[in-house]
Design a protein around this ligand. Structure first.
Ligand code: FPP
Length: 246
């Protein structure tokens, strides 16, 4: 087993590591159900997995991970689950020192923060400022995030810039729009990972996914290990990325 693990790691081409990975952390509820645990226990386990995987990604040279923690649609879940998720996020952000001690990870939250409580917003400010001087991997936690919402927000910003005469409508091109996305400071999205057997995007990074590779697997997110990340990266490295060319 140990030998096999080492072998997979050795096969990874370290000069072709995806620079930005998006992760849809799916299957927490099913993981918990299988063990007779409440769904919140699945989310807690999922948060632990995220930490582990981010530390590993930082180690192999990934520059950014964007993790889907709470979508604009997740408010429709039962109130108890939404509350438990918010509490978990609050703890995660509040304990950023212990969570990412010595890892050099920069934590940022992306999404519409206006609907989040003051308590969560304060915890976000704290976590972002605490990690802002780090120089390693950027972890974007997508919170109250929706890909369509992000594009609408960018369109509104562009429209305002036209209104004030800062730019002309014709100046709005892909490059301009990309700079209005939450991900403007991190590399292009190379790979999207979705575990748990679902094969859809669920409103995640719609703009950024234009030329990303996809990796789906049946494993539930709390069970996702370094070995699974290695499998995803190895698969990514076999892809022939043409970006529309021949
Ligand atoms: C989807 O699985 C997962 C979520 C909606 C929440 C993801 C959140 C976390 C992993 C924890 C919080 C994150 C951080 C950064 C602390 P699901 O609940 O829909 O699973 P199911 O499809 O098996 O029911």
């Amino acid at each position: 087993m140990l030998f096999k693990k080492r072998k997979i790691a050795e096969e990874m081409d370290m000069s072709n590591i995806p620079q930005h990975i998006g992760i849809i952390m799916d299957g927490n509820g099913r993981w918990a159900k299988k063990r007779g645990l409440p769904r919140s226990a699945g989310h807690r386990a999922g948060a632990e997995t995220l930490k582990k995987i981010v530390v590993y990604c930082n180690k192999i040279g990934v520059k950014s991970v964007t993790a889907y923690a709470f979508s604009t649609e997740n408010w429709n879940r039962p109130k108890a689950e939404v509350d438990a998720l918010m509490e978990l996020l609050y703890m995660y952000l509040g304990q950023v020192e212990e969570q990412f001690a010595g890892t050099n990870v920069i934590l940022r939250v992306i999404g519409d923060r206006s609907a989040l409580s003051d308590k969560i917003n304060k915890a976000i400010d704290y976590a972002e400022s605490y990690t802002s001087t780090n120089t390693g991997l950027v972890l974007n936690v997508a919170l109250n995030y929706g890909g369509r919402d992000e594009i609408c927000r960018a369109a509104q910003l562009a429209a305002k810039a036209v209104e004030t005469g800062e730019i002309k409508a014709e100046d709005i091109d892909e490059e301009y729009m990309s700079k209005l996305m939450y991900t403007k400071d991190v590399p292009e999205l190379d790979l999207i990972i979705r575990p748990s057997g679902e094969v859809r995007l669920s409103n995640f990074l719609l703009w950024q996914a234009a030329y990303a590779e996809f990796w789906f697997d049946s494993i539930n997110w709390p069970d996702f290990s370094e070995k699974d990340m290695q499998r995803a990266v190895l698969d990514y490295q076999k892809r022939n990325r043409r970006f529309g060319k021949v």
